[in-house]
Design a protein around this ligand. Structure first.
Ligand SMILES: [Zn+2]
Ligand SMILES: [Zn+2]
Length: 333
C-alpha cells in the first residue's frame, strides 16, 4: 500500500508510491551530453571573453593571474538594479517596482568542467563566493530576500553549459519561504525547538536515509522526500543564515556538497538537477526557529497535473532505497 508521508519542514503531503516505485538504477539518465571543448570562443563565461559580461562585481583571483571564480550581473536579469522600491496599492491590486539584484557566479574558467567534478578546494572557492555575494546583497537596504541556486542541464532550466550558479536579491519575501517560516514558527511555538535541528537529529538517529556526514554537515534524503533522490544538506550548528558560516564550515560544506554531487553524477549518470540555498539575512542569524540549508532536486521525473492541482507530491522512489543507492555508488578515484 502506498504511504502518504508528512514532510514536517515544508508542510507538504507526499505520496510515496511504493507500488509504482521504480528501481533506483532506472532513474539514470540515458542521454549522453555533448562532448564540450575546454574553451568555447562564443561563450561569455570563458576566459578572454570577460568584456562580454556586465562589469564584474567579485572575483577569486588565480595564483598565476586570471581568475578562479567570478560574479557578474546577469545580462538578462529578472529584476533591475536601479531605482527605489515603490509599493503601490490600487484597490484590490498591489504591485512593487521590479527592483533587485541578479548575478551569475561563474564557477570555473573551464567551459567543460562539471560542478560535480570540480576539485574540492575549487568548490570551496565557489561556496565562499556564494557567501560573499549573499552578504553583499543583504547590505542593499532594498533587498528583503536572497536566493542562491543552480540549474544544471536542460530539464533544470539551462542550456548554457559553462558551469555557473545564480544569486537573486528581491524586495519581497517569496511565498515558499513564508510557508516554511510559518511551519518553523508553529513548531517552535508548540515544541520550543528548531524544526530543522529536530529533523536532523531524527535523520542521524535513524540513519537509513543518510548519504554523507562530516563534523559540520549532514546530507540525507528526507523521510518525506518530495521527489526521487531529493537531498537536503543541513548544517549541524544551528544558524538561520548561510552568511554566518565560518571558513572551516565552508571547507566542510564543500566536502559534503562534492560528495553528494559526485555520488549523483556516478550513480545516476550526470542527471540534470537544481539546488537552492534557503537562508535568512545576516541580521537574522540568531533567529531560533529557522535553520539555513541546501535543497537539491535531481530532475529525473516531471511534475504534472496532480502536483499542480494539489500541491501534493507523488514520489515514485522510496527515500530509503534512494539513499542506499547513493551510499552504495562505487566512486572512481
Ligand atoms: Zn565557457
Ligand atoms: Zn536549527
Amino acid at each position: 500500500m502506498p504511504e502518504i508521508r508528512s514532510n514536517a519542514v515544508t508542510g507538504d503531503w507526499v505520496i510515496i508510491a511504493t507500488e509504482r516505485a521504480r528501481r533506483p538504477e532506472e532513474f539514470a539518465e540515458k542521454k549522453r551530453r555533448p562532448a564540450l571543448p575546454a574553451f568555447a570562443p562564443e561563450c561569455p563565461f570563458c576566459p578572454g571573453n570577460e568584456d562580454k559580461t556586465p562589469a564584474e562585481r567579485f572575483r577569486v583571483p588565480a595564483a598565476g593571474g586570471g581568475w578562479l571564480v567570478r560574479s557578474v550581473p546577469n545580462r538578462y536579469a529578472a529584476l533591475t538594479a536601479e531605482g527605489n522600491v515603490e509599493r503601490h496599492m490600487e484597490g484590490f491590486r498591489s504591485f512593487l517596482s521590479g527592483v533587485g539584484l541578479h548575478e551569475v557566479i561563474v564557477e570555473t574558467p573551464a567551459h567543460n568542467l562539471n560542478t560535480a567534478l570540480l576539485p574540492i578546494a575549487h568548490l570551496e572557492q565557489v561556496l565562499g563566493a556564494y557567501r560573499h555575494r549573499l552578504r553583499a546583497f543583504y547590505e542593499d537596504p532594498r533587498i528583503e530576500h536572497v536566493i542562491i541556486f543552480k540549474n544544471h542541464g536542460e530539464a533544470a532550466g539551462t542550456s548554457l553549459h559553462h558551469p555557473h550558479s545564480q544569486i537573486v536579491g528581491m524586495p519581497v519575501l517569496p511565498g515558499q519561504l513564508r510557508a516554511r517560516l510559518e511551519e518553523a514558527v508553529r513548531h517552535w511555538g508548540d515544541r520550543g525547538e528548531c524544526l530543522y535541528c529536530r529533523s536532523l537529529q531524527e535523520e542521524l538517529h535513524d540513519g537509513t536515509r543518510m548519504i554523507a556526514e562530516n563534523a559540520s554537515f549532514a546530507a540525507f534524503v528526507p523521510y518525506a522526500a518530495l521527489s526521487p533522490f531529493h537531498v537536503w544538506i543541513f548544517p549541524k550548528r544551528h544558524s538561520a543564515c548561510f552568511g554566518d558560516v565560518s571558513d572551516s564550515e565552508v571547507s566542510d560544506f564543500a566536502l559534503v556538497v562534492h560528495e553528494v554531487l559526485f555520488r549523483l553524477h556516478v550513480a545516476l549518470e550526470d542527471p540534470d538537477y537544481n539546488y537552492v540555498i534557503r537562508s535568512l539575512s545576516p541580521q537574522e542569524c540568531a533567529v531560533k526557529y529557522f535553520h539555513w540549508y541546501l535543497s537539491l532536486i535531481p530532475r529525473v521525473t516531471r511534475t504534472a497535473g496532480f502536483e499542480l492541482g494539489t500541491g501534493m507530491f507523488i514520489n515514485v522512489a522510496l527515500p530509503e532505497r534512494s539513499a542506499e543507492f547513493l551510499r552504495g555508488a562505487i566512486l572512481p578515484d
